[in-house]
Design a protein around this ligand. Structure first.
Ligand SMILES: Nc1ncnc2c1ncn2[C@@H]1O[C@H](COP(=O)(O)OP(=O)(O)OP(=O)(O)O)[C@@H](O)[C@H]1O
Ligand SMILES: [Mg+2]
Length: 269
């Protein structure tokens, strides 16, 4: 049963440990359909673990997760039909051209008119000019765009992007951001993980910070910025950046304090 009323992603009380390491300790969040949701967290916070659970690659120890109205534990086949996952390393075939990569995936998915699908995606991701070149000649940004384009074949309603721009230069990052924005404009729900705070600022409708196994804040950029008072610098009001909010909540060091206590670490001038 898919229902348009349910959120695209719903996570409740998710827990996951690797042996004694408690990575997720009760994670809750929802992602509205057609929105971009950014999951922020330091290295090892558990972002990829959440993405792996949501994409049915890993089982949670406790809690529930639903994608596109399907339960990841009870209806994994339906969940897999509803999603695509783009991992950190581009999964494109270097020897093939961009067009050939797209046609290959469309054929593997038993879609008719694979050629038309490939042309449309090349156009949408500004790869038409490079369509016939081997991917080995593509820049990092082009590969990443092709990778995202490939993951859209079959029109999955929900797409997971695990650190989509890690390792890309600023120009390539902007190109990928544009591609991600276009996804949401087409109605696709995007859950992305990132360590780049400006990426979340640029792209996300909502931002959640995962810290010590839980989501410690979840809101729009404006809501997150309201968590800190503007700092006064010689009569000029300075609005906190998302980076200020992130470090105030997470703390610069890994001291074992509750998120609320970390706010005392806010630096004001
Ligand atoms: N299969 C595994 N076995 C044991 N420990 C694991 C396994 N997978 C992940 N971990 C540990 O769980 C923690 C969370 O890992 P995860 O990959 O989810 O973090 P992340 O937020 O994606 O980090 P990064 O930003 O570095 O990608 C880390 O401490 C990691 O070492
Ligand atoms: Mg990760």
């Amino acid at each position: 049963m898919t229902t348009q009323q349910t959120p695209a992603i719903r996570v409740q009380g998710l827990e996951k440990s690797y042996n004694k390491l408690e990575v997720l300790r009760g994670v809750d969040f929802e992602v509205e359909r057609g929105s971009i949701f950014a999951l922020l967290g330091s290295n090892g916070a558990g972002k990829t673990t959440i993405v792996r659970i949501l994409s049915t690659l890993l089982k949670a120890d406790a809690g529930t997760a639903g994608v596109n109205g399907f339960d990841v534990a009870d209806q994994p086949g339906n969940v897999r039909e509803s999603i695509s996952l783009t991992g950190q390393f581009a999964a494109v075939d270097e020897i093939l051209s961009g067009r050939e990569n797209l046609v290959l995936i469309a054929k593997l998915r038993h879609l008719k008119n694979a050629d038309t699908i490939a042309e449309d995606l090349l156009e949408r991701f500004s790869l038409t000019d490079a369509a016939t070149r081997k991917v080995s000649t593509y820049s990092g940004g082009m590969r990443r765009r092709l990778d995202i384009a490939m993951s859209l074949i079959g029109n999955p309603p929900v797409i997971f992007l695990d650190e989509p721009t890690t390792g890309l230069d600023p120009q390539a990052r902007i190109e990928v951001w544009q591609a991600v924005k276009e996804l949401a404009e087409h109605g696709t729900t995007v859950l992305l993980t990132t360590q780049y705070l400006d990426e979340a600022e640029q792209l996300a409708d909502r931002i959640a910070i995962l810290h010590k196994g839980r989501i410690i804040v979840n809101g729009t950029l404006a809501e997150l910025k309201k968590l800190l008072p503007p700092a006064k610098v010689e009569y000029v009001e300075k609005q906190p950046s998302l980076e200020d909010v992130f470090f105030a909540l997470v703390g610069d060091e890994d001291e074992d304090s509750a998120p609320g206590n970390d706010r005392s670490a806010v630096r004001t001038k």
